[in-house]
Design a protein around this ligand. Sequence first.
Ligand code: HPA
Length: 263
Amino acid sequence: MEQFGPQETIKLAIIGGSGFYEPGMLAGVSEINVETPYGPVKPLMGKLQNGMTVAFLARHGRDHSVLPHQINYRANLWGLKSLGVKRIIATTAVGSLGKSLGPGSLAIIDQLLDFTKQRVLTFFEQGDVHQAHIDVSEPYCPELREMLRKAAALCKIKVRMGGCYVCTEGPRYETAAEVRMFQMLGGSVVGMTGVPEAVLARELGICYANISAVTNWAAGITQTPLKHSEVVHIMAENQAKIRKLITECLVAAGEEAQCRCQK
Ligand code: HPA
């Protein structure tokens, strides 16, 4: 793996998923171009109320033109790392696999199951054998998750702490049988973009947490066929809440990390 240069300036980043394309909580926003070995990335940069600069990347593009299996995950993560980013809060729209998390709910997940099929899952290439087997027993940063919990309590936003994210390859939704299998395996929510993003962040030593925003019951749980427009609609309704939660959390996230993710 290549090493990064000394430019260490922007410590915090947001990766916005479906329905979250603009960083409404940042002021003086401008787009920058970052070259990476995997292709260019164009994050937005802007300032929080407290003056801290934050990078924002719309995972699907700001016009939602990039499908989950087409996202250049390595370029996105490498690009943020090269800006100096140490902590990322990502959002994903998800279907709920369990009765207790209805559409509109937010979950700060703490585990994942990887059912992707044909994505590049690592930065490591041949010869990196001593570094490549990284520990992901806890794939989401515990410290950042705790910050999100505190921020939610402060803002009186209801969040479910914990839960297991099942990542499918997509771009199709699941079959009812797949959903039954994911339920049996202990999945809480299902989405298409959580992997390899979380794993690549860990490979780069970036703290990474995910806010899973439930937009629908997973396939087969109700009789209604799934539609992407519904996902976007529910996300739009939840937008203000999610922005508030992230803003509150990022204000606390400027401190040095005590967790193991960056080691
Ligand atoms: N399945 C997969 N991805 C999703 C879903 C779903 O039900 N809802 C939003 N993203």
